[in-house]
Design a protein around this ligand. Structure first.
Ligand SMILES: *Cc1c(COP(=O)(O)O)cnc(C)c1O
Length: 423
């Protein structure tokens, strides 16, 4: 099911026609569907039904305050990877007892911040982190619930930049050394071991790596329990992938993912946490852009858009492929031709698609990038002094600007001239 459908030849976000939003806020912009976020969260809730669980939305996928509040108000927990994300979660009204803190490089200041504000658990990724956390907690006269993130050394079979569960990745503690680290943790009164954490990567389209990783977590749970640790919570990470291109292959759904969890660790009597980001947010958003020029090169046609790599970095960074569709539905049977779809930034890497077969598009036409709700706006920059583009949330017939486009004055006013340059 999709909340971005053509109606009378025009692409809609729920019940709002995209040209209406373009008229109101200008292009380019991100637009999100509330209904899609909600439906995806519910799919994970249903997938874990019957097991004590908490779905912790991985905020880094899309951390707009309105998005976090939408999910948080429905009871979702949050997986945060920085003090900034923690503050966003709190600002959206999510209580500390539903927030987990992940990441390889938590600072002392971030530890203090989340301990004083309240935290469900900290997922510790190294021994130095464990020792520092203990120190900070003791100085605050508290014992912090922790899991240790283990690196199970399984191949997630995803893009190298988003694989995190192989021994060569910087994440977690090698599972072979886990017992030793738990022994250390048990001796540190500033931390209270509550469980195990694992996250093997992002955009996984095969469930086997999960199965392998969770089987290892199962064995480790039994070993740690024999060692006397109270393992009562398993944080099984996120990473479930989404289809970026239309295909006939049915990708794994939350229900299938839930079945793997049930089969591998379902009988251990542990509370289950999962941290989906992309699956919840990815297909809940579009990037809408306008064709500035259609340019005829030497044997190639270029569509130059007003969106660029600074707005959506995924194609440049991960060789990602986004489906790009015209906002006005092409007539059936029109001639389609291969075009290169590019942005205005002065880098050849600013290319969204090469030799993509597209229906005819002319200067001024609107196009929409599908699956742009995750790792889109959050990864944007102002490279080339291009303002961050606005984010719009649709809810049925309503839409709201949930982050406005800054003015050039606002951008300039963030810079300061040193006194020695005069005024
Ligand atoms: C990025 C991340 C996630 C979410 O990954 P998705 O692919 O967006 O589901 C979950 N947990 C941790 C620790 C992460 O770093």
């Amino acid at each position: 099911m999709d909340d971005f459908l053509y109606l009378d030849g025009i692409l809609y976000a729920e019940d709002v026609a995209l040209p209406e939003i373009a008229q109101a806020v200008g292009t380019p912009f991100y637009v999100y569907s509330s209904a899609t976020f909600v439906r995806h969260l519910k799919q994970f809730e249903d997938a874990l039904a019957g097991m004590p669980h908490l779905v912790c939305y991985a905020m880094k996928a899309n951390s707009n305050l309105a998005v976090v509040k939408l999910l948080g108000d429905l009871g979702a927990g949050m997986d945060v990877v920085s003090g900034g994300e923690y503050l966003r979660a709190k600002a959206a009204g999510v209580p500390g007892e539903r927030i987990v803190f992940s990441g390889v490089g938590k600072t002392r200041e971030e530890m203090r911040l989340v301990i004083s504000g309240g935290i469900r658990q900290i997922n510790v990724e190294s021994e130095p982190e464990l020792r520092l956390l203990h120190q900070v907690a003791v100085s605050m006269d508290i014992s912090v619930p922790v899991t240790v993130r283990v690196n199970p050394d399984v191949d997630a079979k995803t893009h190298e930049k988003i694989a995190t569960g192989k021994s060569e990745n910087k994440f977690g503690i090698p599972i072979s050394r886990a017992r030793e680290v738990y022994r250390l943790a048990a001796d540190l009164p500033g931390v209270e071991v509550v469980g195990i954490d694992v996250h093997i990567g992002s955009q996984l389209t095969d469930l086997e790596p999960y199965r392998l990783a969770y089987q290892k977590v199962r064995e480790l749970t039994n070993e740690l329990r024999m060692d006397g640790h109270d393992i009562r919570r398993l944080d099984l990470g996120g990473g479930l992938g989404i289809p970026y291109e239309r295909s006939n292959v049915r990708p794994p759904q939350p229900g299938d993912f839930g079945a793997v969890i049930r089969e591998t660790v379902g009988d251990l009597g542990c509370e289950i946490e999962i941290e989906p980001g992309r699956f919840i947010a990815g297909n809940a958003g579009l990037l809408v852009s306008r064709v500035i020029f259609r340019k005829q090169g030497d044997g190639r046609t270029f569509l130059i858009l007003d969106a660029a790599m600074n707005d959506l970095i995924r194609p440049a960074m991960y060789d990602a492929c986004h489906e790009i569709v015209p906002v006005v539905e092409p007539a059936p049977g029109v001639d389609r031709i291969p075009v290169d779809i590019v942005g205005p930034v002065c880098e050849s890497g600013d290319t969204f698609a090469r030799q993509r077969t597209m229906p005819p598009l002319a200067d001024g036409d609107l196009v929409a990038f599908r699956s742009a709700g995750a790792y889109g706006a959050v990864m944007a920059s102002e490279y080339n002094s291009r303002p961050l583009i606005p984010e719009i949330l649709v809810n049925g017939h309503q839409f709201a600007v949930i982050r406005p486009r800054p003015t050039f004055d606002e951008m300039l006013n963030r810079d300061r001239l040193p006194v020695w340059m005069g005024s």
